[in-house]
Ligand binder design. Sequence first.
Ligand code: NAI
Ligand SMILES: O=C(O)C1=NCCCC1
Length: 312
Amino acid sequence: MTEQPVFLSNDVVARPLSYDDLIPRLEEVLGKFSRSDSSDVVQPVRSVIPIKNHSGFLGMMPAYIAHEDTLCMKMVAFYRREENLNLPSTQATVLLFNPEYGNVTVVMDGTDITHKRTAAVSAISAKLLMPAQSDVLCILGCGHQAFSHYEIFTQLFSFKEVRVWSRRLETAERFAAGVPGPVKVFSSAKEAVHGADIIVTVTTSSEPVLFGEWVKPGAHVAAVGACRPDWRELDDVLMRDAVIYVDSRDGAAVESGDIILSGADVFAELGEVLNGTRPALRNKTTVFKSLGMGIQDAVAAKLVFDKWKSSQ
Ligand SMILES: NC(=O)C1=CN([C@@H]2O[C@H](COP(=O)(O)OP(=O)(O)OC[C@H]3O[C@@H](n4cnc5c(N)ncnc54)[C@H](O)[C@@H]3O)[C@@H](O)[C@H]2O)C=CC1
Ligand SMILES: O=C(O)C1=NCCCC1
């Protein structure tokens, strides 16, 4: 009944977690989350405490998915890392519980889960909201999330051009050398963004890095960084002019500086678009403001554990 929990290291977690498995599961759970009549999915807004001495935060992300009886908690520490490139900006651990007894059955490194489920949700937003003809992908920020976003976006879609920019040119050059396909490195974000159909922002910046006046009308932006109420990646012009989609309205109202400080209205949750209760306004400039959700980690962790068990 209360056996010792299994520990799965990041190598073990990363192997079985494929985007092909992840995307349909994420679409399903996002849809359920956004149904007002559904009690199948329980997930409060993340509770976050500051780690004052280290410019960091610790987020607790519990989730319960009743129909598959998955009880999960991710704990994620994240930091503002403008200066110190040798320290990680995000560290996550995922726990799976036995829902009947309440004991922890599995402890997993949450690194790969966090990289892949975040990129997969951005890709879902792009599938729904990017212009029908999307030739140019631009990624601002060249860290871990940039790699996972590059991986899934180039797997799912065909771009004629992939562009990158980061605060430091050498980081962008290292990124370009580390991915399998051709990438154009830019030393200016404005030039990188010019004419792009999809823009992914994956920086640890707390100030805007993307400005509305640079963005091509009709483009889609997946905004992944700036997960604190006083942090920004996007300026007021973009937030005012674009149609804003989020993963969770409740989360966005509490955690997203881009939404709170610009006063922008949220048009829809991604789950509402997946359910067909709100439209995907593909012809307009759209922003998907991602904050991350415990249910996303729960479905990813369940996939990993089921595959691991069947391989034993
Ligand atoms: N929405 C979600 O579900 C999730 C969001 N995140 C957030 O995504 C962002 C990226 O995460 P990682 O790739 O893991 O971080 P990372 O530390 O690996 O990479 C961050 C990148 O941003 C660049 N950068 C830092 N400050 C900048 C500035 N002022 N202007 C432009 N570029 C700057 C760095 O040079 C680096 O290339 C973070 O803000 C993180 O908190 C992370 C996980 C999940
Ligand atoms: O959902 C997550 O995981 C994270 N969200 C925002 C900040 C870092 C991790």
